[in-house]
Design a binder for this molecule. Sequence first.
Ligand code: AMP
Ligand code: MG
Length: 282
Amino acid sequence: MSDPAFGERFRVRPGERLRLADHDPAYKGRHTDKEEAREETAHYARRLRELQYLLYAEGRHGLLICLQALDAGGKDGTIRHVLGYMNPQGCRVQAFKVPTPEEAAHDFLWRAHRATPGRGEVVIFNRSHYEDVLVVRVHEWVPKRVWKGRYARINEFEALLAENGTRILKFFLHISPEEQLRRFERRLEDPRKQWKISEADYAERPYWDAYQAAYEEALTRCSTKQAPWYVIPADHKWFRNLAVSKIVVDHLEALDMRLPEPRVDLDEIRRKYHQVAKADPE
Ligand code: AMP
Ligand code: MG
């Protein structure tokens, strides 16, 4: 069921100007609903588990997944879905909040760099170093010449990681303003979700267009061959989960990973500790 063509539809091609208005947040492809997509979703969930095991065992590559979205865009749900099937040993989530005083005392990539995956590891960035060309740009917390320079810094940083064996996949979870408001309302009415609501969420809504413009520029400038951006239709949570896991699986499959050869003579070990003689094939 490997389907590399699937991701192509959502990938931002290097050199091409992204226009989010051309991307339907409610897109669900040939699928009708969650129920109909269940089997395929389960297939990719299983593959994620198997491939993460291989990545960990082989220890040649790291995988860095960057998730960006507006509030209620579905980052937490995507993390639960993608990591939910993996072995916690070898996986980590790194959240990017308002920089701490220590983080703010360093360059903007410092906190990202120290959180990157080592070989064999999977790390998901819940928000990322891109916040420094998104929220920071929208609110003009640094001068334009500063954030403008950051796209090139980000591309160099990601090229460095890629050269060192890190696979980088970046997903923008694209929702509509109407869907965002519905999700806020649901949070407001669901006692289990009320803790998530903050007035800051509503305060960002008037900046919707500024955010779309900031995302368009970031994704246009920073989608590269070695670190592609994907625009994921995210109004339907089940489609979002399917799309992200499918794209991650396709990239991991392309790594052509193998379990390492045993580092010992298995027959000798069997003879020595299990008193089992090697079966004679004759
Ligand atoms: P949440 O992900 O909902 O827990 O919120 C984290 C908040 O931190 C969001 O409002 C982000 O925009 C904000 N944030 C993340 N990175 C930065 C940054 N580099 N500068 C300023 N705010 C940031
Ligand atoms: Mg929030």
